[in-house]
Write a protein that binds this ligand. Structure first.
Ligand code: F6R
Length: 367
């Protein structure tokens, strides 16, 4: 049932190109000019009435929601807040009928996420669920559902469910933009072409697994490390850090690159690994200067950068992993893949139970 793979997690990482294709299937016009989520019952008038969006989820799904915020704000120009469900419930969030609440859950059974959904509906807001399980509680109770077609995810550490959630956000962002007219047609077509290119681009990253295995093995001797990035790279950094912690038990922290000098630099010492995400062209210079700050204090820096900019970035770092070039907003769907592999190989090198990490459950149905 692992189809020749040693672990479910590895199998699921390799299933991502298929999960991307399946999640996009039938949701775009044949001419590649628009996205149409026919399964949604929300009307164009309703979409025009949305004044703000709240994205609510836990763990990895929350990290998808952080990317979702950037996607919806940039494509549809609607203000978005992303919250951890266990915080959202108890902070008396300001939910009004013109708030769209999006809950994101692989299992569709997470207790805090389900409670957030109910809280939103009680306050008169519509709820859109992004979930991987068609008949789940979240899917049944939400007003609208976008199913991610990742297929069953068995490993506790979420991989293909996360990336399929990203695809769902891209599709929904484009759906909103189509109704609201917030994007130029050329921009929409470029994004759709970019989405179609992703599965093959992921395949080319998977071909670099052997390099990542080596990096992971040397990283696994360290007690602690950092992930840094700006913009959506920061969101990906947070997901990379969670993945590493949960299956390798190596301590790590994700930091917004510009925030390092406000305290965290004190923790940078000789030899500490820093994984820097440098995929956002508009922010290259800024992130490179943060990389120089950690290098000057002895950090060993591995950068994940786009093809085309890797020569420039390589001058400032110790190791570089080039990923295919895509539009900046689509980059998380590629940049997270090497981080998933790093976590997998680090866990393997340390002899841990990759698919069933200690203390964790696949579905958290209690508070
Ligand atoms: C991490 C992981 C968890 C889940 C979280 C939410 O790899 O799997 O952080 O993402 O427990 O679960 P769902 O998406 O089922 O609501």
């Amino acid at each position: 049932e692992k189809a020749g793979f040693d672990h479910f997690m590895l199998k699921e990482i390799y299933e991502q190109p298929k999960a991307y294709r399946d999640t996009m299937l039938g949701r775009m016009a044949d001419d590649g000019k628009s996205v149409n989520l026919k399964e949604l019952s929300m009307s164009a008038d309703y979409i025009k009435s949305i004044r703000k969006v709240h994205i609510v989820a836990c763990g990895t799904a929350y990290h998808a929601g952080l990317v979702g915020k950037s996607v919806i704000e940039s494509l549809a120009r609607i203000p978005v807040e992303t919250d951890v469900a266990s915080e959202y419930r108890y902070r008396s969030p300001i939910i009004t009928p013109d708030t769209l609440v999006i809950v994101v859950s692989q299992s569709g059974e997470t207790a805090d996420t389900l409670a957030a959904l109910r809280e939103a509906q009680k306050n008169g807001a519509k709820v859109l669920a992004i979930t991987n399980v068609v008949g789940s509680s979240v899917a049944r109770e939400a007003d609208d559902v976008i199913v991610t077609w990742a297929g069953p995810e068995i490993a506790v550490a979420s991989t293909k469910a996360y990336t399929s959630q990203l695809i769902a956000f891209y599709l929904f962002g484009l759906h909103l933009a189509g109704v609201l007219g917030t994007q130029e047609q050329a921009e929409v077509e470029a994004l759709i072409a970019g989405l179609h290119a992703l599965p093959e681009q992921v395949e080319s990253i998977l071909e670099q697994a052997a390099v990542l295995k080596q990096v992971a093995e040397s990283m696994s001797h360290h007690k602690s490390l950092f992930f840094i990035g700006r913009g959506v790279d920061y969101a990906v950094a947070q997901e990379g850090s969670l993945k590493l912690k949960e299956i390798s038990y190596i301590h790590s922290e994700a930091y917004a690159a510009g925030e390092l000098k406000h305290g965290t630099l004190a923790l940078i010492e000789e030899g500490i690994p820093v994984i820097a995400l440098v995929t956002q062209e508009a922010l290259y210079e800024k992130t490179l200067s943060n990389i120089k700050e950690v290098k000057a204090r002895g950090a060993h820096v591995l950068a994940v950068a786009n093809n085309g900019s890797e020569e420039e970035v390589a001058k400032s770092v110790d190791e570089i992993l080039a990923i295919p070039k895509t539009l900046p907003i689509l980059s998380p769907a590629l940049a997270v893949v090497p981080l998933q592999l790093l976590s997998y190989y680090a866990s393997l090198a340390l002899g841990h139970d990759v698919d069933k990490p200690r203390n964790l459950a696949k579905s958290v149905t209690v508070e």
